[in-house]
Design a protein around this ligand. Structure first.
Ligand SMILES: NC(=O)C1=CN([C@@H]2O[C@H](COP(=O)(O)OP(=O)(O)OC[C@H]3O[C@@H](n4cnc5c(N)ncnc54)[C@H](OP(=O)(O)O)[C@@H]3O)[C@@H](O)[C@H]2O)C=CC1
Ligand SMILES: N[C@@H](CC=O)C(=O)O
Ligand code: NA
Length: 817
């Protein structure tokens, strides 16, 4: 014998009724006897509650709600019943509705709805649905009859959430089934007191009805047929990629369902567990799928954690005071008072100092909880032995659940590490010694982020999202987007989903938290973007509050830099080729770095020197391993390198500068390269990395650009002006060539003294043979003394720079996961 329970959506349409009959016939063919428990049609119980409330408030609108209930049932009859039988079925349902109408009219007149009457009102949902299901099944070749559970399940008079008297109930079940040969279609959720007064088993109670029958009948299995593929690893409304769990132990299922996994009503598990009857959660609309099996076996499962469950809205009560420390009866009085007031406690924690006890409750119980505790502890409150009762609202509980967590070091560390790196504040923590459940209370605004980042770290089998925000979609930014698009599928194979959530230029921005279409980002930004500056972009990024977030600054703007503190403070890492922060005000830079460290996120800027070349990481590796920097020397400008590698007597200097710009080597304003500013910034960045507290004014420079060029109002004017000085540059070149030398724009830092100048170097110099936009950086250190450590290669250009930024984005991801 199997007991099958069908939820509201399973009996709610013509299509679903056909599925249900299919499932019943399938069992019949296999020779498995079944009993069926069903819920009211989907949505009907809520409508009945609403109608009752309206009627008791004296609001005639209850009649409209009643009409909706009527229409739903009539429509079902018209869609599902054989035409010849429709009149008869309508008559029967009409009789139920007339009774219901009479009761609600009474409620309306006396303006009172007791829990007892409420249960009678609710009972119509299951009663009508059972009748329809049984009639439909009989019309399709099955032999069924309705069993009104009020004749069988005996409860106390705690209406709304009645307690079952199992001795009597079990006897009734066994006796009834001994004499019935047809398939029983049992009304879920409803029962009756010993006096025969209608009661209900609590919302979701149809599952419980199935367990009560299954247990009494020693069923081989209880199947809960619903509209999802079983219990999921977490709430699919909050996390995009969840998985259905093939199996759960009873203990895991109880924990999951207590903490909000809606697929099974928590009291259902106990009667099944006592008799060791497996419960299977199945999808009526996907009957081939095995769903989730709940049994005494904790199955093979590759992960430490089975599921992450949550309660989205709780309030946290803090009960504390000097007078409770070590007083043994305080917890008893506290929880006894709550229990007498029927206030359910979701979560409890007490620090070992015993000075305070915190517990979570439903927000609707908050006011009453305060009153109950103030009454119970009124003497202690007036003597200040207990502090005023504090209640915090807008909180959620997230529970990480799984039998494999037991005796497994590192599970909790992963959890708190991930929350910390993502800037999620943990308000309270609880873990039972069963080690089956670690629960944390977080702010409600962080619930989605918490579920997403925990799901990412515990279930790596699919994909982790890296949520990326890009300011600056010029040369570097657009190249980065193209590279990310090209690499998207390969990274997905490595379980990393590149999710570009926001893009911005100086005038507007565009967001899509599901990932901006990388084939179409330009049009989306220009045509659908919101007008606004970087502050607005950062506001929206912070508001989205996504986990695994990285901000990429591909601008050369100080306005963007001004936002770094705020971005890092919101636990979003930064990578940037923009030199303004790392070469700007020294104290501000220290503050930025400290914020990143405090928040456990990254502030990376490797591409600000030598573009994609590993310059800053190399320098840090030397320093971290105890080497001492004696001297740093380099050609640090790709633009100037290209210019002096291409400039030959007879060619025009200004033309070569234009070529460098067209090749994407120059700064947005090429004068930043030619006046040496870019190189000064770079040698300053390296000097600071080497431990010197220096500012840009500490980098001496011999400029090469005539003043008139610097004063030109626009970049175009600058080029015109530069053209007038072509002969000046040709003369410098001729002088160098006469000595067999080449021109190199060299930066040098030794013992905290930095200089930048144009030098003529001969073939003996290590910087003599460079080509294209090559940078070369030589580190002379205590360990690399005779022959310096040299990093060399293209140090500017869209592809290499964007690739360097991309690599840092991935490095940040590795740190986050
Ligand atoms: N080119 C190279 O080889 C290298 C470049 N870099 C650095 O990379 C950065 C980007 O250079 P590149 O791509 O060539 O520059 P571009 O001028 O091509 O692009 C700059 C982008 O930044 C946007 N922008 C400017 N100000 C703001 C602002 N306040 N808020 C939001 N967006 C803004 C611009 O928008 P809009 O179009 O609206 O002005 C544009 O999209 C610079 O810091 C540069 O120093 C570093 C290493 C090598
Ligand atoms: N304009 C810069 C680009 C890299 O920082 C250069 O030419 O090196
Ligand atoms: Na670099």
């Amino acid at each position: 014998m199997k007991v099958l329970k069908f939820g509201g959506t399973s009996v709610g349409s013509a299509e679903s009724l056909a599925q249900v009959v299919g499932i019943l016939k399938d069992n019949q063919e296999k020779g498995t006897p079944v009993a069926v428990v069903n819920s009211a049609l989907s949505g009907i119980t809520n409508l009945l509650v609403e109608a009752g409330q309206l009627a008791s408030a004296g609001d005639e609108q209850y009649k409209t709600v009643l009409s909706t209930i009527e229409r739903r049932h009539i429509q079902m009859i018209e869609e599902t019943m054989a035409t010849a039988t429709q009149a008869q079925v309508l008559e029967k349902i009409g009789a139920y509705l007339q009774q219901l109408r009479d009761i609600l009219h009474g409620v309306f007149l006396i303006r009172e709805l007791s829990k007892r009457t409420g249960d009678v009102v609710l009972s119509f949902g299951e009663r009508m649905a059972s009748y329809l299901l049984s009639t439909y099944a009989n019309q399709h070749g099955l032999a069924t009859e309705v069993l009104d559970a009020r004749k069988i399940i005996v409860t106390d008079a705690n209406f709304g959430n009645a307690r079952v008297f199992f001795d009597k109930t079990n006897k009734n079940i066994v006796n009834h089934f001994a004499s019935s040969s047809k398939i029983q279609i049992i009304t879920g959720f409803i029962a009756a007191t010993e006096e025969g007064v209608t009661s209900t088993l609590g919302r979701g109670g149809s599952d419980y009805t199935a367990a009560i029958f299954g247990s009494a009948l020693n069923a081989e299995k209880i199947e809960i047929w619903t509209d999802v593929d079983g219990v999921m690893t977490t709430d699919p409304r909050q996390v995009k990629k969840t998985y259905s769990l093939a199996s759960l132990s009873y203990a895991e299922a109880m924990e999951m369902s207590h903490f909000g996994a809606k697929v099974i009503y928590p009291p259902t598990i106990a009667p099944a567990m006592i008799k060791n009857i497996p419960i299977s959660i199945r999808n009526t609309f996907n009957p081939e799928f095995e769903g989730t099996l709940i049994s005494s076996q904790s199955s093979n499962w590759d992960f430490d954690v089975k599921g992450i469950s949550s309660i989205s809205e709780v309030s946290l009560v803090n009960f504390q005071g000097s007078g409770i420390m070590g007083v043994p009866n305080v917890p008893y009085r506290l929880f006894n008072a709550l229990s007498e007031a029927e206030i359910n406690v979701i979560f409890i924690t007490q620090a070992s100092s015993e000075r305070s006890i915190s517990f979570a409750i439903s927000p609707e119980d908050a006011q009453r909880t305060k009153q109950v505790l103030e009454a119970e502890f009124s003497p202690e409150l007036s003597l200040h032995k207990v502090d005023a009762i504090e209640i915090r609202h807008d909180l959620s509980v997230v529970a990480t659940i799984g039998e494999n967590m037991r005796h497994q070091p590192g599970v909790a560390a992963k959890l708190f590490g991930a929350l910390g790196r993502n800037g999620i504040n943990v308000v309270s923590i609880a873990q039972g010694t069963s080690e089956l459940n670690i629960s944390v209370v977080v702010e409600k605004k962080d619930l989605g982020k918490t579920l997403n980042c925990l799901h990412d770290i515990y279930f790596l089998s699919d994909e982790t999202r890296l949520n990326i925000f890009i300011a600056g979609v010029g040369l570097i930014g657009s190249t980065l987007l193209a590279q990310m698009k090209a690499q998207y599928e390969n990274l997905l194979k490595e379980h990393l989903k590149i999710n570009i959530v926001g893009i911005a230029n100086s005038k507007q921005f565009y967001f899509d938290s599901e990932g901006i279409d990388l084939d179409n980002w330009k049009a989306l930004l220009l045509e659908k973007g919101t007008k606004g500056n970087i502050d607005g972009f950062v506001d929206q990024m912070v508001d989205l509050n996504l986990s695994n977030a990285v901000f990429v600054d591909n601008t050369s703007s100080q306005l963007v830099v001004e936002n770094y503190q705020r971005i890092l403070n919101n636990s979003i890492s930064i990578t940037t080729p923009n030199k303004l922060a790392s070469s700007g005000d020294f104290m501000k830079l220290q503050e930025i770095k400290q914020t990143a460290m405090r928040r456990g996120v990254k502030f990376f800027y490797e591409t600000s020197v030598g573009a994609g070349l590993p310059v800053i990481t190399t320098l840090n590796d030397l320093l971290n391993s105890g080497d001492k920097i004696q001297r740093i020397e380099g050609v640090l400008s790709g633009t100037l390198s290209y210019i002096f590698n291409s400039f030959k007597v007879g060619t025009s200097f200004s033309e070569i500068v234009k070529q460098a710009q067209a090749a994407g080597f120059t700064e947005p304003d090429p004068r930043d390269d030619l006046n040496g500013m870019d190189v000064r910034r770079k040698i300053l960045i390296l000097s600071r990395e080497a431990g010197y507290q220096m500012d840009i004014s500490d980098v001496a420079i011999e400029g090469i650009l005539p003043d008139s060029c610097m004063q030109a109002p626009t970049v175009d004017d600058f080029f015109t002006e530069l053209g007038k000085h072509d002969h000046h540059f040709e003369n410098i070149l001729k002088e160098a060539e006469a000595d067999g030398k080449v021109l190199r724009f060299i930066a040098c830092m030794e013992k905290g003294k930095a200089t930048v100048s144009l030098k003529a170097v001969g073939p003996e110099h290590p910087f003599f043979s460079l080509s294209g936009s090559d940078n070369i950086i030589s580190f002379t250190t205590s360990r690399y003394l005779e022959r310096p450590l040299v990093v060399k290669g293209p140090g500017a250009g869209a592809e290499v720079t964007a690739a360097g930024v991309f690599a840092e984005v991935i490095r940040i991801f590795n740190h986050l996961s």
